[in-house]
Design a protein around this ligand. Structure first.
Ligand code: ADP
Length: 271
C-alpha cells in the first residue's frame, strides 16, 4: 500500500480554468519526494488539497489508506504535518515555546511530557535559545525553523514542506536536510513531500515530480528527471549544480555517481 495515492485529480478555483489537470501520483511509505515547477504551476494547490484546505473537483485522494473525505479528514490531519512558506500565517501563540506546544495541547499530554518534548524539538531545529521569544521578533528563517519544530513534534506519518525552508540560508537549509535525513533513518515510514523551487534540494530526494501548467510532465529518480538540461530549462527550471558537476567530472574520468551531496563530492575529488 502507498502512503499517498492520487488518481485523476482535477481542481479549479473559479470552475473555469483548471489549475490541476488529471493528476496521478503514488508515494510509497518512507519516500522523500520533491514536487518542483515554476511559479503558478499548481504545487501549493496540490499541498492544500492533500490536507483538505480546499476540496477537489473530481478524482481520488487516498492518504494512509483512508479516502480523503469529510468523514476521514480529522483522522488524516492528525497524521499529516504541513509547513507553509510563510510561517506568520501559522503562528498562534505569543512565545516560541507556546507555539511549538500548541499542536501538542490537543494530544492530551501531561505537563511533564510537554516540557520535555517542546525543548527537544526546539533543539533539533536550533531554536532552543529562543523559547521565551515572541515569534514576531524572529527572522523569516527562524520562524520557519519554529514552524518546522511544531510540525515535527507531532510526529506525523507524512510531512509536507511547502517552500518551508525558502527563507533559510544555505547552511540553515543543509542543517534541516540533515535533520530530516536523521529523522527518516530513525523512522523509516516517515514520508516527506518537499514542494520546492530549489532544484538542488529536489536532486537529493528519492523521486521528483515536475508540475507544469497543472500537469505532471516528468517524474522519476532525480538523475533521470533532470538529465535533459534543455527540457528542464523549457519548464522554467535549472539543472542541479551537483548533476552538472557529476557530468563534467565524468568527462575527465572521475566517477562520483554515488555521491549524494556536495560534501561527498568534495571528499571524492580530494581522494
Ligand atoms: P505554485 O505553488 O506552483 O506557485 P499555485 O498552486 O499557488 O502554484 O497556483 C496555481 C494557479 O492557481 C495559479 O495560476 C494561481 O494564480 C492560481 N491560484 C492560486 N491560489 C488561488 C486562489 N486562492 N484563488 C484563485 N486562483 C488561485
Amino acid at each position: 500500500m502507498n502512503a499517498i495515492e492520487i488518481k485523476n485529480l482535477c481542481y479549479s478555483y473559479d470552475k473555469n480554468s483548471e489549475v490541476l489537470k488529471k493528476i496521478d501520483l503514488s508515494i510509497k511509505y518512507g519516500e522523500h519526494i520533491a514536487i518542483v515547477g515554476h511559479n503558478g504551476s499548481g504545487k501549493s494547490t496540490l499541498a492544500k488539497l492533500l490536507v483538505g484546505l480546499i476540496e477537489k473537483d473530481s478524482g481520488d485522494i487516498n492518504i494512509l489508506g483512508l479516502n480523503l473525505d469529510r468523514k476521514n479528514i480529522q483522522a488524516i490531519r492528525q497524521q499529516v504535518g504541513i509547513v507553509f512558506q510563510n510561517p506568520d500565517n501559522q503562528f498562534v501563540a505569543t512565545t516560541v515555546e507556546d507555539d511549538i506546544a500548541f499542536g501538542l495541547e490537543n494530544r492530551c499530554l501531561s505537563y511533564e511530557e510537554m516540557h520535555k518534548i517542546v525543548p527537544e524539538f526546539a533543539k533539533k531545529v536550533g531554536m532552543e535559545e529562543y523559547l521565551d521569544k515572541e515569534p514576531s521578533s524572529l527572522s523569516g528563517g527562524q520562524k520557519q525553523r519554529v514552524a518546522l519544530a511544531g510540525a515535527l513534534s507531532l510526529e506525523p506519518k507524512i510531512l509536507i514542506l511547502d517552500e518551508a525552508t525558502s527563507m533559510l540560508d544555505p547552511k540553515g537549509k543543509s542543517e534541516i536536510t540533515h535533520l530530516l535525513t536523521k529523522m527518516r533513518k530513525n523512522n523509516q515510514d516517515l514520508t516527506v513531500i518537499s514542494i520546492t523551487h530549489d532544484v538542488e534540494e529536489a536532486y537529493l530526494c528519492d523521486r521528483v515530480f515536475v508540475l507544469n501548467n497543472g500537469q505532471i510532465v516528468l517524474s522519476g529518480r532525480p538523475d533521470e528527471v533532470f538529465e535533459n538540461g534543455e527540457e528542464i530549462h523549457k519548464l522554467g527550471l535549472e539543472q542541479p549544480l551537483l548533476l552538472k558537476l557529476k557530468k563534467e567530472l565524468k568527462k575527465i574520468g572521475i566517477d562520483i555517481s554515488n555521491d549524494k551531496t556536495l560534501e561527498e563530492v568534495a571528499d571524492s575529488i580530494c581522494r
